[in-house]
Write a protein that binds this ligand. Structure first.
Ligand code: ADP
Ligand code: MG
Length: 722
């Protein structure tokens, strides 16, 4: 039986082994064999050179078109200009003092050429070129000839695809039977190849069908390992006890509902019912509440918190930023009114304390907050990362709510959850405003149950979005600022979002690139120019918590506030959750610099009241660019689920799913959580069944190792990212 965990140095020279490790982190045979080809070249079929992106390190199959020996003009020596072609497009390769290549690079010869695509003198070229010529068809060894597909590996300037291919060939030569991480029952049921066959076939496919079968099988490896990790997490969490939190018919929650100025939507009521049932039992709830921007997740969370307070416990709400924590605190205190004033004159009998804990409190405030939390005076605690500190000690933590969960990692959630005591777990509700398709969510958050709010509260007018072409149509830019002023004259407010605080004077720009618009530059121009007649406020991430809070209060206070702000010019600190219903217009400068989901989040700040919302996406991106396409897509729909799917397609999946998930996602080489729903779902069912019978995977040693590798890789990724 072949040993996949043997080091590659047993197979290849020390120099190559070292390169495999530094370039790709490959140390053992299994890692080498799981370094799958990026694509395959059909023998003789030339690569479409038009599809190459500038900056990519590529390997292409092409034909030599011309070879020229040139004399250098200014210094000694000569250079060789070689043009390769796919029949229509072409690339230039330049060598220095290597005229001997002329006998290799004969016009008409085909080969694999590799290098980095760049542009020089308006011509596309391959820098640091390297190549391997394909043997003359007549001189070809019949065995090789049978191999119709040439694997092209992810390669670097230091480690070429053909070197990797040679290493893989050596590994395959020694490969006989291997221990298979996929249980036989699954292989039989799904008609999957065994591992050694699949590994052979993905590197040396003899047909398209065989390649597809190999991929299918290897996708299962990834899907099952991932689903087992999630099933194990879930199994572990479910084994903890929790205190059942029962609703009280005439408690705080009832009083709160009676005070609510609106009716809950059908979706909100349904989710509330699910949550209340799950918190009423003796093991912890783990629920993810995802919802369209503005769908009213906060109210659902507040009602869950009040249920816990009614039953004698405390609830903590963790928010990713001070702005958001402060806003939640204000909103909750306001919604509760007298209910939030325990012990004071005129307070409700069942009232509870609401406490805010952030990093910017002064010493006395912090001491008071910590005391309220420890004594249980504070039934509801809202805070930022400050809540995670050691000295925060709850009296009886019954519910943890995490807003915008993608901003937090697993460890942070674990830290807060552990504050319920060493012998039990609190109920957990995590909220995310990046709506993702249900099947994707099931995989991404497999250890959580999922509720979705897709309906917006009644009476909202949909946001209208337009793309404004700043340089092509300057008059539209002027009109944009007029629009903002008109909106203010109607008694409304506006946001202007910019990508940066300060301009990066010293940043080296590539050709065609432009400095991003900076708050420091734009704000003075607007204040002394088109926005001179309105009250402008500024906000960005480098301001102190207290300053940000002050600006937010003045903006939230709006026209009625004596020192109110009509137009807020801000960086993306307002991206998530900020809720000022009177704000109706948003202008996003250099909108092409933001991702799809981020733009959708941003514009979700307007159109939250009854007046229609308007979002203007200002861009200088060139026509027909990807960036322009993206903006057009955002302008065309208000459906966050649709946009999230588009975003997932265009970007690395991990970026969309957040920190916690990105490590694991990036270990997925073949499986796409968007396109392989079926495999992922089948694997999930299989994983749950395996883990329920054999939680320690004692009966599945090879699977257990695969799971451990996945966990190790995602940890390493996580550490690298944070
Ligand atoms: P999100 O889901 O984006 O976090 P919020 O919870 O901030 O949304 O709610 C958006 C706004 O809608 C808030 O001002 C909130 O008070 C209001 N809201 C929530 N539920 C309802 C409802 N059922 N009817 C009317 N307005 C509601
Ligand atoms: Mg929110």
């Amino acid at each position: 039986m072949a040993n996949l965990s043997a080091p590659v140095s047993e197979l290849v020279g020390t120099k190559t082994a070292a390169l495999l490790e530094t370039e790709f982190g490959i140390t053992n045979i299994e890692e080498l064999l799981r370094h799958y080809p990026r694509r395959y070249e059909q023998r003789g079929a030339l690569t479409d050179l038009g599809s190459l992106e500038i900056g990519d390190h590529v390997t292409v199959q092409a034909q030599v078109k011309s070879f020229k020996n040139l004399k250098n003009a200014s210094r000694a020596g000569n250079r060789q200009e070689v043009i390769i072609s796919d029949g229509s497009g072409q690339l230039t390769m330049m060598f220095f003092n290597q005229h001997w290549r002329e006998k290799d690079l004969v016009p008409g010869r085909k080969g694999l050429f590799s290098g980095q695509v760049s542009v020089f003198n308006n011509k596309r070229q391959l820098t640091h070129p390297d190549y391997q010529l394909i043997e003359d068809e007549t001189a070809i060894n019949p065995d090789d000839y049978a191999q119709a597909f040439l694997p092209v590996y992810p390669a670097t300037g230091k480690l070429a695809t053909w070197t990797i291919e040679k290493c893989v060939d050596l590994a395959l030569a020694g490969l006989d039977e291997v221990e298979d991480p996929l249980p036989k029952e699954i292989r039989d049921a799904e008609k999957l190849m065994d591992l050694s066959l699949a590994l052979r076939a993905i590197h040396k496919p003899s047909s398209e069908t065989e390649l597809e079968q190999a991929k299918q099988r290897l996708k299962w490896d990834e899907a099952l390992a991932l689903q087992v990790v999630l099933a194990k997490q879930r199994h572990e969490e479910d084994s903890w006890p929790a205190v059942p939190r029962l609703e009280k018919p005439d408690g705080l929650l009832a009083a709160f509902d009676a005070r609510l100025p609106f009716k809950l939507t059908k979706g909100q009521l349904e989710v509330a019912e699910t949550i209340s049932q799950e918190m009423a039992v003796g093991h912890p709830m783990h629920r993810l509440l995802q919802g369209e921007v503005g769908s009213g997740k906060t109210i659902v969370a507040v009602r869950a918190m009040l249920t816990v307070v009614d039953s004698g416990g405390q609830a903590a709400l963790l928010a990713p930023t001070e702005v958001l924590a402060a806003q939640h605190f204000r909103a909750i205190t306001e919604l509760l009114g007298p209910l939030a004033q325990r012990g004071r004159l005129g307070a409700h009998d069942d009232g509870t304390g609401v406490t805010l804990l952030t990093g910017s409190l002064n010493t006395a405030q912090r001491r008071q907050a910590l005391l309220d939390i420890t004594s249980g005076q504070a039934g509801i605690v809202v805070g930022t990362h400050a809540l995670l500190e050691d000295r925060v000690d709850f009296f009886d933590l019954g519910l943890v709510v995490i807003d915008e969960q993608h901003r937090f990692g697993v460890e942070q959630r674990a830290t807060l959850v552990a504050k319920a005591g060493s012998d039990r777990r609190p109920h957990t509700l995590v909220m995310t405003a990046t709506p993702i398709p249900r099947t994707v969510a099931m995989t991404a958050f497999g250890a959580l149950d999922i509720s979705t709010l897709s309906e917006l509260p009644a009476g909202r007018t949909p946001i209208t979005s337009h793309v404004v072409l700043a340089s092509e149509k300057p008059s539209h830019m002027a009109r944009t600022w007029e629009r903002v002023v008109e909106e203010v004259q109607k008694g409304h407010q506006a946001y202007i979002v910019v990508p940066r605080i300060a301009s990066q004077e010293d940043k080296v720009l590539e050709k065609g690139q432009r400095q991003a618009i900076a708050l420091e530059d734009l704000a003075p121009q607007l204040i002394s120019g088109p926005l001179a007649s309105v009250r402008v406020g500024l906000m960005h991430g480098q301001m102190s918590g207290a300053d940000k809070d002050n600006v937010m209060l003045r903006f939230a206070g709006g026209p009625a506030h004596p020192d109110g702000i009509d137009v807020l010019i801000s960086t993306t600190v307002i991206e998530v959750g900020v809720d000022v219903p009177n704000a109706t217009t948003m202008v996003i400068m250099d909108a092409d610099r933001f991702g799809i989901s981020q733009l959708h989040q941003l514009r979700g700040r307007v159109g939250r009241g009854s007046a229609p919302g308007l979002c203007l996406l200002v861009t200088e991106a060139p026509p027909f660019s990807k960036a322009r396409e993206r903006l057009a897509a955002v302008a065309a729909t208000n459906d966050g689920f649709e946009l999230a799917a588009l975003d997932l397609e265009q970007r690395r999946e991990g970026d969309v799913l957040g920190r916690e998930q990105s490590g694991m996602r990036s270990s997925l080489k073949l499986v796409s959580i968007l396109r392989d729903e079926e495999i992922l779902e089948q694997a999930r069912i299989a994983a749950v069944s395996i883990v329920s019978k054999d939680p320690e995977l004692k009966l599945h040693p090879a699977l257990s190792r695969a799971v451990q590798t996945l966990i190790d890789n995602s940890r390493a990724q996580f550490v690298k990212k944070s």
